[in-house]
Write a protein that binds this ligand. Structure first.
Ligand code: 13P
Length: 246
């Protein structure tokens, strides 16, 4: 099981230090933890997480390796700051920054060549789900966003229904099961059957057990609840309980 914390543009640096110290103070057998902090925090978080086994990643990178790109961050810079991976194609970037599938694929290829692995996010809007298009939208995102040449160990996927992010609404377990099965089948067709598929969108301590029990759910990408040490730890503990039953 893999539990990833996406801090987005939070919290203040002083709180980040306390939060990450709490992360590092606990461990959960069979659970891999990943932290995606804001890029300016990476070096400090890398120092604080040293020896904890918690992986670090950037929340985005540019598609170019270097150059005149004011305000952007190169994949190699993330790696130099202690990251071993990067989150790409989050719906907040697809929506607020107009990122297309092709751009996400380009960024992924650059990240891979910079020595990072990638976690690529996909997910439908409420409108798309209500129109019955959720699965075709997600499969099209996968077709367009995942580079052809990627190897399984370089990739993780996160299915995050846009309407479940930060809203407190969670997809029903049957919908999660159906989408994760469709994603698994897509992965198998690409020779990537073992790639982990995380669920994201309002994962909390009180729904984590039910979500983790769903077939083909290999963990969670956690936003809001990752900003509370106790909640994040409780979600990791739920993942640990599931591992223990296998
Ligand atoms: P919330 O857990 O706050 O819904 O955010 C999910 C998310 O977007 C993680 O990337």
């Amino acid at each position: 099981m893999i539990i990833a914390a996406n801090w987005k543009m939070n919290p203040p640096l002083a709180e980040a230090g306390t939060l990450v110290a709490a992360y590092a103070a606990s461990s959960h057998d069979g659970v891999t933890r990943i932290l995606f902090p804001p890029a300016p925090y990476l070096v400090q978080m890398a120092m604080r997480l040293d020896g904890s086994g918690i992986h670090l990643g950037g929340q985005d990178c540019h598609q170019a390796t270097a150059g005149a790109h004011t305000g952007d961050v190169a994949a190699s810079m993330l790696a130099a700051c202690g990251a071993d991976r990067v989150l790409l194609g989050h719906s907040e970037r697809r929506q607020a920054h107009g990122e297309s599938d092709a751009l996400v694929a380009e960024k992924a290829a650059t990240a891979l060549s910079g020595g990072l692995s990638v976690m690529i996010c996909v997910g439908e809007t409420l409108e798309q789900r209500e129109a019955g298009d959720a699965e075709s939208v997600v499969i099209a995102q996968l077709d367009g966003s995942v580079p052809d040449s990627i190897r399984g160990e370089q990739l993780m996927l996160a299915y995050e229904p846009v309407w479940a992010i930060g809203t407190g609404k969670v997809a029903g377990v049957e919908d999660i099961a159906a989408m994760h099965a469709a994603i698994r089948s897509w992965l198998s067709g690409r020779g990537l059957a073992d790639v982990p598929v995380l669920y994201g969108g309002s994962v909390k301590p009180d729904n984590a057990d039910a979500i983790f029990a769903v077939e083909n759910v290999d963990g969670a990408l956690v936003g809001g609840a990752s900003l509370k040490a106790e909640d994040f730890d409780a979600i990791c503990a739920a993942a640990g309980r599931l591992v223990a039953t296998r």
